[in-house]
Design a protein around this ligand. Sequence first.
Ligand SMILES: [Zn+2]
Length: 114
Amino acid sequence: MDVPQTPLPPREALLAERDRTLAELDELQVEGPGQMTYGSQAAAATHVFEQQRDLALRERTQHHLADVDEALARLDAGTWGACTSCHKPIAAERLEALPWAAHCIDCQRTKARR
Ligand SMILES: [Zn+2]
């Protein structure tokens, strides 16, 4: 992990996260079905399992990429740092750790509870 010690300006942090996420998506390219021959049922099952796991991971990564893109859009719109639910400012420590956070801690908790 080469996380810089000094906090980056939000735009740089977001762009770096975007690059990192895109690279991750690249690695998660899912192979098309039917291109593999399996030596055994177990190998086939393992492959299906891995494919499903990769798909889930890929979906999560794509969601994350969308979050980062939305945060960049909010930065351009001048609304970055405000909760998209209650419009109150998001805590600075939270933004430092998660510059793509769209919700303040309170709204995030309410969301998670639902
Ligand atoms: Zn909020």
